[in-house]
Design a protein around this ligand. Sequence first.
Ligand code: URA
Length: 242
Amino acid sequence: MTRRPYPLTSDRWETGPMPTTTEPSVDAYLGSSLHLLPQTRHLRALHTIARDRGARRDEFLHASERIIRMLIEAGLELLPYEKHEVTTPVGATYEGLRPASPVCGVSVVRAGESMEGQLRAVCPDIRIGKILMQRDKQTKQPHHSYTSLPADIADGHVLLLEPMLATGGTALATIALLLDKGVAEENIIFINLITVPEGVERVCRRYPKVRIVTSSIEQRLNENAYMIPGIGDFGDRYFGTD
Ligand code: URA
């Protein structure tokens, strides 16, 4: 099955409307549960480097971290802010804003750890928890085998760091674990580099209050659950393993 590239905001005019089909569609979620970065030419150029199988590792790291930075900044826009006035050096009042809720990061080991550096660069004192999901050999379902989370995680917002949203299995299990720890569904902001309609639909249907921030919606999954055109195995490429 070859699906056309998803028509993104800036090229909707070039590619025309989505065909009517029963394939998973993200249309219903765009702008509410699903926040897609503006599809600028610069973003596309960064994706071109990150997806190139011939890219050197330093080129891949630079391009993917630039995109991760944009995603984190877009995620911070979804947090609540409250009014906060300060006095400027010339004695005037600046009517500013400050975050109105505590926020922490949670990375899904291992690929999610690739996003920690950019989160720390933007929010130097942020606390970052970790969740390790492993697939049960018998049930084939992901289950958590290690978690380390801030004790007061339920009191604020969580930026959930996982660059690949493919089948959605790990995402569903991770979100369920955060809800178990008392985090409100609407306080979970899922920061994701690339996704596919199947993954988006699975997460958004089950957890409609979770917000997903992504930079690309891929065409489809292949028979090995890799996204197409995709980026390959993100964790291996990022950490230099195979
Ligand atoms: N994980 C990856 O690293 N890449 C994919 O395409 C899907 C899952």
